[in-house]
Design a protein around this ligand. Structure first.
Ligand code: SAM
Length: 300
C-alpha cells in the first residue's frame, strides 16, 4: 500500500549539496525535486548494492546485514560512495544502535528470568538470519543457556539457512531453532496445547505497516505467546524522515520502499488498541530522541 508519509516526502524540495560528490551533479539536481526522472533510478541501480537489494525486495534482511556489518551473506559489500553514504547516515547508525540497544536490553531481561531458574522461550518473529539472537546471546552467561530456547521464525528460507549455519559455527545450535513460517497466516496459528513463548521480538516488521495493519499484526501474533508474555518491538518514528530526508528520498521516493513511520502517540495507540499493556517506550539513542520507538509491552 502507498505510504502517505512517503508521498508527502516526495513533494518536498530536499537539497543535495556539492559535498555529495558520489552523485553526479545532474543526479543531485534531479534528486532535489525531479526524482521521478528514470535517470535517477538507473544511476542508483548501477551505483549501489543496497539500492539493488532494496528495489528487488524491500525490507530484506540482506540490506540490513550490509548496514550492520558492511557485507551480506551473498558476498555483497557496501564499498562504493552511495553505499558508504547510506550505511554511515543517521538512519544507518540508528539501525546499528537499534540492534545494540534492543539486544542489550533483551539480554538483561532474559538473564533476570533465567536467574530465577525458569526455562525460558524467546520467539523472534521475522528474525532474518537472527542478528538479534546472536547479539543478545553474547550478553548471557554461557552456563545459563541450557535453560533457554530461542526460536527464529521467517518466511525467507535463505535467511534461516544462514542463521542456522552461524548457530552451528558458534556452537549455539542447541539454543537456536529456525522455522520457516508466515506468522501472520491463520493456517499457522498455534494449537491451544502448543508450547507458548515467554518473550517475543518483533523487529523490522511494524515499520512498513499502517497503524491499522500494525494493530492487526499485534493481535494475530498473540496466540504464539503465553498470557503475561512480554515483547520488545521497535518501530520507525516520523523523526527519521525529518532528520534524514535525503536518505529516505533515495530509499522511499526513488526506490519505492513504502515505509510508514509513526508519531509516538500513534505507536502507543497501536499497542493499546491491540490490547497490550505498554510498560515503557525508549529509544536507540541515549537522549531518547532517536529514529525508533522501542516498545516494551505485555500481552494482557
Ligand atoms: C526487515 S527484516 C528484519 C530482520 C531482523 N529482525 C532484523 O531486524 O535484523 C524483516 C524480516 O521479516 C520477515 N517477514 C516479514 N513478514 C513475515 C511474516 N509474515 N512471516 C514470517 N517472516 C516475515 C522477512 O522475510 C525478513 O527476513
Amino acid at each position: 500500500m502507498m505510504s502517505a508519509k512517503v508521498e508527502a516526502l516526495g513533494k518536498k524540495i530536499i537539497h543535495f549539496g556539492e559535498e555529495m560528490d558520489f552523485f553526479p551533479e545532474r543526479i543531485r539536481q534531479l534528486l532535489e525535486s525531479d526524482w521521478t526522472n528514470p535517470e535517477v533510478l538507473d544511476f542508483l541501480l548501477a551505483a549501489s548494492e543496497i539500492c539493488r537489494i532494496l528495489v528487488k525486495s524491500p525490507a530484506d534482511f540482506e540490506m540490513l546485514e550490509l548496514v550492520y556489518f558492511g557485507c551480506s551473506p551473498r558476498g555483497n559489500v557496501a564499498s562504493n560512495g552511495v553505499d558508504k553514504w547510506l550505511a554511515a547516515s543517521l538512519s544507518g547508525q540508528a539501525l546499528r544502535d537499534r540492534l545494540r540497544v534492543v539486544s542489550a536490553w533483551t539480554a538483561e531481561h532474559v538473564m533476570a528470568a533465567l536467574k530465577e531458574g525458569q526455562h525460558f522461550t524467546v520467539l523472534d518473529l521475522g528474525a532474518g538470519p537472527a542478528p538479534y539472537a546472536f547479539e543478545t546471546l553474547q550478553g548471557i552467561a554461557p552456563q545459563a543457556l541450557k535453560d533457554l530456547k530461542w526460536k527464529c521464525v521467517d518466511i525467507d528460507a535463505f535467511a534461516l539457512a544462514e542463521g542456522a549455519k552461524r548457530a552451528r559455527q558458534q556452537g549455539l545450535d542447541g539454543v537456536l531453532e529456525f522455522k520457516r513460517m508466515d506468522f501472520l497466516s491463520l493456517r499457522n496459528a498455534p494449537d491451544s496445547d502448543d508450547t507458548k513463548a515467554d518473550f517475543g521480538l518483533l523487529v523490522g516488521i511494524l515499520c512498513g505497516m499502517t497503524p491499522e495493519e500494525a494493530v492487526s499484526c499485534l493481535i494475530k501474533i498473540k496466540p504464539f505467546f503465553r498470557s503475561g508474555a512480554e515483547l520488545i518491538v521497535p518501530t520507525l518514528l516520523n523523526r527519521a524522515f525529518e532528520e534524514d530526508a535525503r536518505v529516505f528520498r533515495v530509499l522511499c521516493n526513488v526506490l519505492g520502499w513504502q515505509l510508514k513511520p509513526k508519531s509516538l502517540d500513534e505507536v502507543r495507540e497501536v499497542f493499546v488498541s491491540a490490547d497490550y499493556h505498554v510498560n515503557s517506550i525508549f529509544s536507540e539513542r541515549a537522549d531518547g530522541n532517536g529514529q525508533y520507538a522501542i516498545v516494551h509491552a505485555t500481552i494482557v
